[in-house]
Ligand binder design. Structure first.
Ligand SMILES: C[S@@+](CC[C@H](N)C(=O)[O-])C[C@H]1O[C@@H](n2cnc3c(N)ncnc32)[C@H](O)[C@@H]1O
Length: 238
């Protein structure tokens, strides 16, 4: 497969799932509790920015119909390989989250998880799109790094996780991939909780649940990250 876009280059740097990770998927430990307990059997779930497919396969393994979307061909290929290895059926769609190629009101739930928020170059549009495709009573589960990091360094670049020259966080700059033959560097945006709540409330979605996990707790336990958060939003009528 050729790597044509910055997203493919960035995706090709992501670590494929280890066999240990795959066992965790089998054990259903990855799926956020909220979505696991909320979803009715055989729900149609859209996983946005599916990455290497862990969450999508988890949902498929739990018996749901899953559509996995990412803007990286490489990541979608990984999702396909993981689903095939595990014997799950997962539809895959190459598209940006800000322009979902689906009819309105067609998913029971949408999931975004594990290091996606900071990459989204047009977050309000993405949230509007999610509200559009959800059925009444549907759920949007957002489980990601807690946006507390800027509180400790409001002025800008903070290196965290991975080689510092490849991962930089900036409050001032939205995502902007810069690709060179030797390296892939990009800036990540860091929304505050207030921004997130305002953007999501303006879509008409309503907050159902909100949890914060300190570093080392919650479903994702990557060392060096300042904890995670999980929001569940409902499409009226809740
Ligand atoms: C850190 S990975 C997380 C992947 C996945 N959720 C997981 O748990 O492994 C971020 C993913 O977001 C995808 N991505 C970033 N911006 C996107 C956008 N606007 N639309 C769709 N996918 C996007 C990237 O291609 C990448 O696969």
């Amino acid at each position: 497969m050729s790597t044509e876009s910055p997203w493919d280059l960035i995706g090709s740097r992501a670590t494929p799932l280890s066999s240990e990770d795959r066992s965790r998927i089998r054990l259903e430990q990855w799926l956020p509790e909220t979505i696991r307990t909320t979803l009715k059997p055989f729900s149609h779930v859209l996983v946005i920015a599916c990455g290497n497919g862990g969450g999508a396969c988890q949902l498929a393994g739990a018996g749901h119909r899953v559509t996995a979307l990412d803007r990286s061909r490489v990541q979608l290929q990984r999702t396909a390989e993981l689903a095939k290895t595990m014997g799950f059926d997962v539809d895959r769609v190459l598209a940006p989250a800000s322009s979902l190629p689906f009819a309105s009101i067609c998913f029971d739930a949408v999931l975004i998880e594990n290091g996606v928020l900071s990459f989204l170059e047009s977050r309000p549009e993405v949230f509007q799109e999610i509200a559009r495709v959800l059925r009444p009573g549907g759920r949007f589960v957002l489980h990601d790094w807690h946006p507390v990091l800027p509180a400790f360094d409001p002025d800008g670049d903070v290196s965290y996780g991975g080689p510092s020259q490849e991962r930089r966080l900036s409050l001032q700059n939205p995502l902007f991939p810069e690709v060179s033959p030797q390296s892939v560097t990009y800036l990540e945006s860091a929304p505050s909780l207030t921004q997130l709540f305002q953007e999501l409330l303006s879509t008409g979605l309503r907050l159902v649940d909100f949890n914060e996990f300190p570093e080392g707790e919650g479903p994702y336990q990557h060392p060096g990250f300042p904890g995670s958060m999980m929001m569940t939003w409902g499409s009226p009528p809740l």
